[in-house]
Ligand binder design. Sequence first.
Ligand code: FBP
Length: 338
Amino acid sequence: MDSKLALPVGTTLDRFIMRKEKDFPYATGELSQLLRDIALASKIVNREINRAGLLDIAGAYGNQNVQGEEQQKLDVIANIRFIRAFRNGGEVCTIISEEDEDIIQTGNPHGKYIVAMDPLDGSSNIDVNVSIGTIFSIYRRKTSQGCDGDLTDCLQRGVEQVAAGYVIYGSSTMLVYTTGNGVNGFTYEPSLGEYFLSHPDIKTPKTGKTYSINEGSYNSFPQGIKDYVEYCKSNEYSARYIGSLVADFHRNLLKGGVYIYPSTLKAPNGKLRLMYECNSLAFIIEQAGGKATDGVNRIMELEPTSLHQRCPLVIGSPEMVDKVTEMLKKSEAALVQA
Ligand code: FBP
């Protein structure tokens, strides 16, 4: 049989999930189904994003979310699509969403899982055709099944995550996730409506020459971060900042680099949210051999105290994150001695 005539299409996400499920002797299939629900919702959101310019779904929605940010119509659409997928799926009891102040009950009190999500990350880039994304974290509930989840179920440290991932809606659409056994990336093939394994066992380079930070806020950066930016410039590193966390993170994950959203005078705790931006990407980068800190502490060990709390983020290639931490420590020490 001349197989060259029909080249194999590759491993679908579904098949990969089923294969990996066998690694967990006590697996019940619920986490697998939840990952499939996320994939399905992301395909629908991808379709809406691709044709946003043709439909009246671009632009502002006319509301502010709990962050005080102007909600975009696509923010609201993505939020609805993922919440609906979790409601219909049945595995999730409670959701934390960037778009909702309070926790969302799905009406599945027997659901075993909690999902924390940023339905559409990179809001400032939605209408200008620049890559945006969805970020998610999955936790096992702490309270017993049979009732709605509560804050104790939701406010868990990053080390408690059972899975985390993101979808990047870019030149191609990809789903990248971990369940604590490495990081794998799947590229969406719209003509077949399937995700295919395209980036198996992703490992981030130990170091790189790319730094991602919004230098527009340079004057209000901590001294250690200013020192690091100068260090990058004096070593002719490349500055790359898309303004979509998922897109900047994805590039640095594959090519090496560091993304920094520090505390600033305007945002003393930084801008990014611990539960559905920092924790999720920290789990992935650590599984890929990288590091994530708030400049001092490991993100995954931070104790959450509120649903939408913010924290500074330094994430990427391990040696670059260490360099940032070292410079922050040095400048702090200099301040103490002064
Ligand atoms: P949301 O768009 O989900 O609110 O995410 C925050 C974000 O847009 C990140 O994607 C991005 O890296 C950062 O904020 C950009 O912030 P700034 O414009 O202050 O640099």
